[in-house]
Design a protein around this ligand. Structure first.
Ligand code: ZN
Length: 650
């Protein structure tokens, strides 16, 4: 059975399964721990739905009612379009595209939905109809366009809808104490609202507060997990997390992340809570996510080589001395097997994660970095032989280079990005960690990628046995720049700009290099036939041509030094200039061409994962005797089950 492939394909999405390799070798206690933590990872699902947009949960309930109860034709075009829309809503945890953030519109008529609702006796809510069908309402989940009120133009639900960007920024600026050595992440666990007197107040996400019922269920599963932890540290980490969920105290959250960073002994690990801030245009409020994993010992040997040499990499980087870490603390890195994905990591998941996000915690306690081995494996299996490289890579020689090295170097790039890149460098004393505001996420991702690109070409990696030879990095450079200049555009609708931080980062790096490379890297137009016969006529296709890889590496070093300076000094103007100039805009002609070539390949640009199911086996005394994995669930079955079993918010 090929686990990675499923035939579930809809809109721009292909669903994959990931295999939880090695689960069967865990002890019963470890399996039980994975199970309880997995339940906790699924219990916060509706928190994210509500965070993404205030209409998401009522819309989901309405659509699921139609999907399960409608008795009319299920094969005609209206219903098929309805099913696609519902799957897209499930996939995006709401009505906005999970990646591009734009609201997607249904392919079925409003008349069909009204008819279907009437037929099952479900009340029709005109406001929800407007939200679903009117393209001008809540059209963007996270708007990053410069010069607009980012809160008023974003549909996300982290701020009450009448609060302006200026009001929110003033509110949090007043809260910050400059030069505090250990600032908490202000505002990260609350929704900003207006009280009866018109004053702004935070409504905290905690037991008894906003999302209290979901959080109480998470706490129940965490308490169960505490009965089977592998180490005392794990027990304590969970204890502090529960304390945070009960009080909402941000100092306690920092304590929890510090304990979590130092908890490296056991095999099983997890994250559970308010984590990434990409969903908030102001970059303050954190979306809920949860996932569970266990160590892949063999592959971890690779990342340990990197982390045990972290200081060497820091010392030899092209960054100016005052921006470097004097002492790299505990960048612990491992390769893990994902056992459950939840919240903002499901079904579209990161393949590498580096936490915590608090700058001072990272600086003083280090961070934990993981590469998720079974997810990258599922991705690369699904990508083989699909014709993508043949279409976009310039010539047979480069293609051979990519085939030979790229899969293994992709993993290495992720390792470098996560366990060295994000962990490198330091802020100058007194620099506000949020100084780069809306540009902060892009600059941070660029920093991590540049660090990875710089070192993937370093002979040190050959010496460590991580790259096979000094040429291998060329495959990574070619693939990266091709993606940043051309192929990542397949994820963007015609006419839109680049919004997402990781995509902006790739575009920034590739376009900056293109402009500064003095011809070492170019976009060239080649007549279609000329690829074989060198005739100069007919239509052309655009390709990336790289003639001097070493020169590119020097430029990568230069940009890394500059991006680190921007971060370390909190140079907002320079960050704005870099991002607006290189990261955001798209050449419309090139975009059209890339979309056409991509469409001809008939591939899905986005992929996501169906979770496994864990089955608890008990004896007649009701004690757990085994935990088994089941992989058979379809995506729709999984989604409907999650809505039945893990829906607590009203
Ligand atoms: Zn990153």
């Amino acid at each position: 059975m090929d686990f990675s492939y499923t035939d579930e394909r809809f809109a721009d999405i292909q669903m994959l399964r990931y295999r939880v390799s090695g689960f069967e070798h865990l002890s019963l206690q470890q399996k039980t721990l994975v199970y309880y933590l997995s339940q906790a990872a699924l219990s916060g699902r509706d928190i994210l739905w509500h965070q993404n947009c205030r209409y998401n949960l009522p819309i989901r309930r309405m659509l699921e009612a139609v999907y399960t109860k409608y008795e009319g034709s299920r094969v005609d075009d209206e219903f098929r379009q309805f099913e696609i829309y519902l799957k897209r809503v499930w996939f995006s945890n709401g009505i906005h595209h999970h990646y591009g953030c734009e609201k997607f519109l249904p392919g079925f008529s409003q008349a069909f939905l009204r008819h279907a609702l009437t037929s099952i006796g479900y009340p029709i809510d005109d406001e929800l109809m407007e939200v679903i069908f009117n393209p001008d309402i809540l059209s963007k989940r996270v708007n990053q366009a410069e010069g607009e009120d980012l809160l008023q133009t974003s549909a996300m639900n982290y701020y009450a809808s009448d609060i302006t960007q200026r009001e929110a920024e003033d509110f949090y600026d007043a809260m910050k104490r400059p030069n505090t050595p250990h600032p908490v992440q202000y505002g990260m666990n609350s929704r900003l609202e207006r009280n009866a007197e018109g004053r702004l107040v935070e409504r905290i996400w905690r037991s008894g507060g906003l999302y209290g019922s979901s959080i109480d269920h998470i706490i129940d599963w965490l308490r169960k997990a505490q009965t089977v932890t592998e180490t005392e540290q794990q027990y304590q980490v969970i204890e502090t997390l529960i304390d945070f969920y009960q009080t909402g105290n941000l100092r306690t959250f920092d304590d929890y992340t510090i304990q979590w960073v130092h908890s490296t002994e056991g095999d099983v690990d997890f994250t559970n809570g308010f984590t990434e801030v990409y969903g908030d245009p102001l970059g303050l409020k954190a979306s809920w996510e949860g996932y569970v994993n266990f160590r892949d010992s063999q592959a971890t040997a690779r990342t340990e080589k990197l982390s045990s040499n972290a200081q060497w990499f820091e010392d030899h980087s092209p960054v100016a001395p005052q921006f470097k870490k004097k002492e790299c603390r505990g960048v612990s890195a491992k390769v893990v097997i994902a056992a459950m994905l939840g919240g903002d990591l499901y079904p579209s998941s990161a393949i590498g994660i580096n936490l915590p996000n608090s700058n001072w915690v990272r600086q003083e306690h280090g961070s934990k970095s993981v590469t998720i081995g079974n997810l990258t494996e599922a991705y690369s299996k699904a990508a083989h032989g699909n014709g993508f490289r043949e279409e976009f890579v310039i010539d047979a020689e480069t293609l051979a280079l990519m085939e030979k090295y790229e899969d293994s170097l992709d993993d290495l790039h992720t390792d470098l990005h996560e366990c060295l890149g994000h962990g490198s460098g330091q802020l100058l004393p007194g620099t506000d960690p949020d100084a780069l505001k809306a540009y902060g996420s892009t600059i941070e991702e660029a920093r991590a990628d540049l660090f990875a690109l710089y070192y993937i070409a370093d002979p040190k990696l050959v010496e460590l046995g991580l790259t096979p030879d000094v040429e291998a990095y060329r495959s990574q450079y070619y693939g990266y720049m091709m993606n940043g200049l051309m192929t990542q555009l397949v994820r963007i609708e015609p006419g839109n700009q680049i919004e997402e931080a990781h995509m902006r980062n790739r575009s920034l790096i590739a376009h900056w290099l293109l402009e500064h490379s003095e011809g070492a890297m170019q976009l060239v137009k080649i007549p279609v036939e000329a690829k074989e016969t060198s005739e100069r006529q007919g239509p052309t296709k655009t390709y990336l041509k790289i003639t001097d890889y070493l020169k590119l590496r020097v430029l990568v070093g230069r940009l890394l030094a500059e991006v680190q300076r921007i971060k370390s000094e909190g140079d907002y103007e320079a960050a704005r200039e870099l991002v607006e100039r290189y990261a955001v805009r798209i050449d419309a002609d090139l975009h059209r061409e890339v979309l056409e070539r991509y469409r001809a390949l008939n591939l899905a640009p986005y992929k996501g994962f169906i979770n496994p199911q864990y089955l608890v086996v008990r004896n007649d005394k009701s004690e757990i005797t085994d935990i088994q994995i089941i992989y058979g669930e379809t995506y729709a079955e999984q989604m409907l089950r999650y809505s039945r079993e893990y829906s607590y918010e009203r």
